[in-house]
Design a protein around this ligand. Structure first.
Ligand code: DGT
Ligand code: MG
Length: 370
């Protein structure tokens, strides 16, 4: 008698790069709660528990149905006791006392407010909190504080850049950047990356990768783009970072470190008339808004690594690197993939090439919302 093979039990991987995570999240109530704990850990600089809650939230985001009881979590990876307690509380009572306590905590609320300013990280926010400051008005009018250029722009354009950027606005910006870059070279290619590439309808900024086919020609690209934006009168702020990229350097082990490609963090003036479907309100005191835009210009041969690294999500990126290191003995970052067994750099023209080198099924950008 032939026996049917046991149907394999579908298992969820501990790595986000082996899961498909769309923007449909039936467990949003749970993941939002876990992300409050993540944020609170980040404010307290306690990285250990932080990654536990991050991974737990990310696993739940990959599920296609809502959890209805704690037993539904059986077999799921990355759910520690603390995360399970939170999940159970919310399923049973609708909320978690630990999360509610954090949300109503003055320090948490203040640090969240202060870090919402462009250029203000947890360290600066903490410093201001310790001085007894509690509102942005108090901070801004405190004459003993010194703000750097980024923070000053963050305060000036606070209202605009706190407002989510829409897909239509991202597209309009893409047209502006494309035209601006074409004055430098007709061969420039521009790719929308970050959250919008993952299919998000809103973002906190718009991320673009710019490349030129001629090796080395990318060096002058962003300075030229910035000059043109300035002469068009739409450059409100720019922070240009020269490339420190070295072809032979091994991929970085630290995820938090920024990559070494030439890049710039901008605030641009986006006119309402340029955005499809957006009416210019005649009663409005101005017909434009300020938007945060990031541009990065890698050498063309590193485009695939840069695209994969900037497409996110942040948790997907962390897990890709962790998977490469722990499961494959390889080092991956935004610049390169290095095989420690053979001591060689692995080349890639496309993201598919990188997934193949890692022995991973290809995950589409819209499935990387881990
Ligand atoms: P958004 O802009 O809030 O809608 O969301 P994203 O996903 O576009 O996030 P964003 O713009 O902060 O960053 C773009 C991508 O860059 C992100 O998806 C992953 C990568 N990334 C973000 N932060 C870091 C970091 O600290 N280190 C490294 N290596 N990459 C990062
Ligand atoms: Mg973004």
């Amino acid at each position: 008698k032939t026996r049917l093979p046991d149907s394999p039990v579908p298992t969820v991987s501990q790595y986000a790069c082996q899961r498909r995570t769309t923007l449909d999240n039936p467990n949003k109530v749970l993941t939002d709660a876990l992300e409050v704990l993540v944020e609170n850990c980040e404010f307290n600089d306690s990285m250990g528990p932080c990654s536990g809650f991050r991974r737990a939230a990310s696993v739940l985001k990959s599920l296609t149905t809502a959890l209805s009881c704690l037993q539904d979590t059986a077999g799921l990876p990355c759910l520690g006791e603390e995360s399970k307690t939170i999940i159970e509380e919310i399923i049973d009572c609708g909320s978690s006392s630990r999360v509610e306590d954090i949300l109503s905590d003055e320090r948490y609320q203040t640090l969240k407010l202060f870090t919402s300013v462009f250029g203000v990280g947890p360290k600066t926010a903490e410093k201001w909190y310790r001085r007894g400051l509690r509102s942005l008005e108090q901070v801004y009018s405190d004459s003993s504080l010194h703000f750097n250029r980024m923070q000053t722009a963050g305060f000036i354009y606070y209202e605009d850049i706190s407002k989510p950027v829409t897909v239509a606005e991202a597209r309009a910006l893409g047209c502006i950047i494309e035209e601006t870059a074409s004055y430098y070279s007709s061969g420039v290619s521009i790719s929308l990356t970050g959250g919008f590439r993952r299919g998000k309808q809103f973002g906190h900024d718009v991320d673009f990768i710019l490349t030129v086919p001629e090796p080395g020609k990318e060096d002058g690209l962003l300075p030229a783009v910035i000059d043109t934006l300035r002469s068009q009168g739409i450059l409100l702020y720019s922070d240009f970072q020269e490339s420190t990229f070295d072809l032979n350097k091994l991929p970085s082990r630290r995820f938090e470190a920024m990559d070494h490609f030439q890049k710039c963090f901008l605030i641009l003036k986006l006119r309402a008339g340029l955005v499809e479907g957006q009416q210019v309100d005649p009663g409005c005191r101005r017909d434009w808004r300020a938007v945060r835009v990031d541009l990065v210009a890698p050498p063309a041969e590193r485009y695939a690594f840069c695209l994969l690294g900037w497409s996110g999500s942040t948790q997907f990126e962390r897990d890709l690197r962790r998977f490469a290191r722990l499961e494959r003995g390889m080092l991956l970052d935004n610049h390169a993939l290095y095989d420690k067994t053979t001591n060689t750099f692995l080349q890639a023209k496309t993201e598919e090439d990188i997934f193949a080198h890692l022995g991973l099924d290809y995950i589409e950008p819209w499935q990387r919302n881990a």
